[in-house]
Design a protein around this ligand. Structure first.
Ligand SMILES: *[C@@H]1O[C@H](CO)[C@@H](O)[C@H](O)[C@H]1NC(C)=O
Ligand SMILES: *[C@@H]1O[C@H](CO)[C@@H](O)[C@H](O)[C@H]1NC(C)=O
Length: 303
């Protein structure tokens, strides 16, 4: 949830697009369904609430043609044109049943796949008519939600030259690990611990801590993922552990983009289709292409 809040800035935009699209879609369904002439506004009902939207409000689609009421109030079900679900908060026992199949169900699931395990099954996915997820195959994909801009990958604002980084190696490890979620489906901490047997890793954050952050980062590191001072801090490192908390196609987070933005090399484990999204095939060390973490460590030692 924390990592969700901090990336809100980017997701807000994605969410707006999704909501406008849904509104458009819902209005069409609504008018198809309404037999009598009506002035009522179709309702988009967040059945499982999206965290930042709890006030009822009317939105106008950009061309002014449509209006929708967005609400979380379950009593508003008379004019519902679409039910919206927020993937990370779905509960197995909580759906608008019995289902009216004429009213579409729409899901926003941009957070970690680990947040709702039943989505691993196609059957669960197929109960929704409209999807917006990290998967490129969803109706409104948000695969690049954590990447603010392509220019942030191109510019050298945070870049520290390799010569300088090599000098830092007197004081710091070649590899950095910062994580606050220590219990993950991928068993990240176990993997990093194993990796640490072959190469020195500086570990700030809450997991496998062996170094202390400067005080000013205590609060922000898990909340403000792209904080400028934090980025300057991590830019000193040559390599950064970038293991997603779950392995799922197209599930890519700041763990990959942050090192690339600051000019460090991500040691990436996560989406099996990551090559499709990397700026360049040499942008990251892809753990899946090596036989062991020891092999990865040996490669790093040579560089
Ligand atoms: C929910 O909607 C019902 C019916 O429109 C209304 O009476 C009630 O006050 C609303 N509840 C909230 C918390 O807004
Ligand atoms: C939504 O999906 C369900 C299940 O696949 C289907 O039965 C229903 O007709 C669909 N409803 C709409 C409005 O598309």
């Amino acid at each position: 949830m924390l990592s969700y809040i901090c990336s809100f800035k980017f997701k807000q935009l994605a969410l707006l697009v999704i909501i406008y699209a849904l509104c458009h879609f819902a209005v069409q369904v609504f008018f198809l369904l309404s037999l009598e002439e009506t002035n009522r506004v179709p309702v988009l009902l967040w059945w499982t609430q999206f965290v930042h939207i709890n006030k009822e409000r009317v939105i106008n689609c950009p061309n002014g043609e449509y209006q929708c009421l967005i609400t979380t109030n379950h009593s508003n079900s008379a004019d519902v044109a679409a039910y919206l679900f927020y993937g990370s908060r779905i509960e197995n026992h909580d759906f608008p049943l019995p289902r009216n199949y004429a009213i579409p169900w729409a899901i926003l699931h941009e957070e970690s796949p680990k947040n709702y395990a039943p989505f691993l099954y196609r059957k669960t996915q197929s109960i929704f008519n409209i999807t917006s997820t990290f998967s490129r195959y969803s109706d409104f994909p948000v695969t690049l939600q954590y990447l603010e801009s392509v220019s942030s990958l191109r510019d050298s604002y945070y870049y520290v030259p390799v010569d300088t980084k090599n000098k830092y190696l007197k004081d710091i490890a070649p590899v950095l690990y910062i994580q606050s979620d220590c219990d993950t489906p991928i068993n990240r901490d176990y993997l990093v611990k194993e990796f640490g047997k072959f190469i020195n890793i500086d570990s700030y954050g809450k997991c496998l801590t062996n170094k202390m952050f400067p005080k000013e980062f205590y609060e922000i590191y898990s909340l403000d993922l792209y904080n400028e001072e934090l980025l300057r801090f991590i830019a000193k490192y040559k390599f950064i552990v970038a293991f997603e908390n779950a392995i799922c196609e197209d599930y890519i987070t700041e763990k990959l983009w942050r090192p690339l933005i600051v000019g460090s090399i991500p040691i990436y484990l996560g989406s099996p289709t990551i090559e499709d999204w990397l700026p360049n095939k040499n942008s990251a060390i892809l753990v899946k292409n090596y036989n062991s973490l020891q092999e990865v460590a040996n490669l790093i030692k040579k560089n």
